[in-house]
Design a protein around this ligand. Sequence first.
Ligand code: PRT
Ligand code: ZN
Length: 282
Amino acid sequence: MIRIAVQKSGRLYEESMQLLRDCGIMVRNGKNQLKAVSDNFPLEVYFLRDDDIPQYVEDKVAHLGIVGENVLYEKNKAVKIVEPLGFGKCRLSIAIPKNEFYDDVLFLQGKKIATSYPALTKKFLKENNIEAEIHEISGSVELAPGIGLAHAVCDLVSSGSTLLMNGLEEVQTIMNSQAVLISAALDQEQQILLDQLLFRIRAVRKAKKNKYILLNAPNHALEAIKKLLPGMKSPTVLPLADEGWSSVHSVLNEDEFWEKIEALKNAGAQGILVVPIEKMIV
Ligand code: PRT
Ligand code: ZN
């Protein structure tokens, strides 16, 4: 049995549970439940506040955890990052009132900075030889300058609309963050379970980044089309009932997706179908 800590509610909860589901791990959890056991994988899930997860993993109350890098580095516990998970993306940034002018980091010298991330803010200031006062607050940091509590904030940003609505401007990113899978030191049985879980997580994440593509092409265009579609090994080419035509199947990475579709059309492809892939094992 291996235990994993996930956020009880909040921004990481849904995607953490969805990841487990995508990995075929069924967890039945009721509201306000502290823990739940999977029906079909030797996994127990603990639901905790995100801030507590690094400590619980360090203490091996949970063997694994899903938490934002921002929380992990702020807490600085003895745990290992085993896999970035690609969701919960945000950045920890310095923001100041819009009407102020930020030339460089010297702006912060002698100022008061409100933040929920005192350790990371302190580290950033130290690396830049800045002496500033840190005012730690646990929520609604963006209100601090408006009520005269601070000259600047150091807070998480994703779309930037919270800063905008509060008359603040993002001037410096301290770190980029995403959700990561963390682990304590494991015994042999737990390590085997982690490896199984990681195998599934990687297959799920790889599948999300790729699409399955099917298209029809006249045979004279096949060489050009095959060059555009390397696939996992090489594309599958099947003859169509219509003489002189083939069906081509392959896998496309989402980064080059639109570019490739355009090129395929130009090369003579027709009837292009693109479908999601559920799992991808290479
Ligand atoms: O109750 P618990 O302590 O577990 O939750 P919490 O309230 O501390 O955390 P929660 O659920 O808000 O966030 C959990 C994690 O999600 C964070 O630690 C980050 O790793 C990640 N994350 C991703 C974010 C954001 N994006 C984010 N935008 N966490 C917070 N925000 C907040 C930010 O603090 C600011 O108030 O959203 C606001 C800014 O958003 P934009 O879109 O307006 O820029
Ligand atoms: Zn929290």
